[in-house]
Write a protein that binds this ligand. Structure first.
Ligand SMILES: [Fe+2]
Length: 366
């Protein structure tokens, strides 16, 4: 086995303020990478800039990260980092800004490299040091080396072939206070998918499963609030953030599996948020898994059987209008890709894959 997760995790209320000295170890001049608004609205941007000011660290802002960030945006961020002489990067937000921040940290350390190197794999993994401040509860990006970007030329999303772990992550449930419930649900489904997919990977071992299973235990405490049965409190927000980070620790070891691969065309073509797009396939995927492991996972999550899990998931994911064309694209992309078809502890045949892809709407697409 090998468990590698070299990020210092600080999970605490007001942890950015309490641990502002951590930024000093990263550099003297930060580029803050965020989306357009949310980091300013949820208080994380103000916390980070106050911490930097307190430590006498210069900073500039690159607030241009769109949802599902593109290679082009990363290259603009790289230029911003170089023009401002940034010597470290701070990503604030959900998966999009955190993943983009990693890619910018990589590219800024290779000024001569062009966009083609992002997926070309020809660079070494040297990157500017990076800090992560997650403000959603699904990506787990703060605890992984993975960066997923949108590739317009291929009309899909994909991970870049480099591993860039944040040096430090500041995890604070208070950034979820004003998050809309739809965002919390979608990102929580993403975290659940990370747990389930990681658990069944060939690369999974007792250590990655420790992170996945404990993540699931913590995650399951929030089931009533995800179903709208009561409002979130501060402990729920801490739980959701913690579960997301534990799930990230698991996929940092194993990678993700078929539901993630199938989700990308749904997000690219139909604009369906990542968590809901993954959740669309997750029930049918778990149904294909071997009974013993499936049972262990279901009971840990507090589900009596796979049907209950699927009904629960359907309530969270809601109705998604998919088209046969988009499902077919996902099926064609995955069916002959050994990285996806042969990554699980159970064999997945083309017939199994068809059930996972078309399972929800099997009659519609029969
Ligand atoms: Fe994900």
């Amino acid at each position: 086995m090998r468990f590698y997760m070299p990020t210092e995790l600080l999970d605490d209320e007001n942890c950015v303020e309490k641990h502002s000295d951590r930024f000093l170890a990263l550099g003297k001049n930060a580029l803050i990478v965020t989306g357009k608004n949310s980091a300013r609205n949820n208080g994380s941007f103000d916390d980070v800039t106050a911490a930097l000011d307190k430590q006498g660290i210069a900073w500039t802002e690159f607030a241009e990260i769109e949802e599902n960030p593109s290679v082009e945006t990363v290259m603009k961020g790289k230029d911003a980092a170089i023009q401002n002489n940034a010597d470290f990067i701070i990503g604030i937000g959900g998966g999009s800004p955190l993943d983009a921040a990693k890619a910018i940290a990589l590219m800024a350390a290779h000024p001569e490299a062009g966009a083609e190197s992002l997926y070309g794999g020809d660079l070494d993994s040297n990157a500017l040091p990076m800090a992560a401040v997650p403000t959603t509860c699904g990506t787990g990006s703060e605890a992984t080396g993975v960066a997923v970007l949108t590739r317009h030329e291929l009309k899909t999303k994909g991970s870049i072939p480099y591993r860039i772990f944040p040096k430090v992550a500041f995890i604070d449930g208070k950034y979820l206070v004003d998050a809309p419930m739809s965002l919390i649900i979608s990102t929580a489904v993403d975290a659940l998918s990370h747990i389930v997919e990681s658990y069944f990977m060939l690369k999974a071992d007792e250590y990655s499963r420790m992170a996945a299973m404990h993540g699931l235990k913590v995650w399951a405490r929030s089931k009533p609030i995800l179903l709208g049965e009561r409002y979130l409190n501060a402990q729920d927000r801490r739980n959701l953030m913690c579960a997301s980070t534990l799930a990230g620790m698991a996929i940092a070891q194993t990678g993700t599996s078929i539901p993630h691969a199938l989700s990308y065309p749904l997000t690219y073509e139909l604009g369906i948020p990542h968590g809901r797009a993954v959740g669309y396939f997750l029930g049918a995927f778990l149904e294909e898994a071997p009974d013993e492991e499936k049972w262990e996972l279901l009971t840990t999550g507090g589900f009596r059987n796979i049907s209950e899990f699927k009904v629960f998931l359907k309530r969270l994911v809601g109705d998604i209008e998919v088209t046969e064309e988009v499902l077919n694209r996902g099926y064609e992309m995955v069916k002959d890709d050994p990285k996806r078809m042969e990554c699980s502890i159970f064999p997945v045949s083309h017939e199994d894959l068809r059930k996972i892809v078309y399972g929800q709407d099997a009659q519609k697409f029969a």
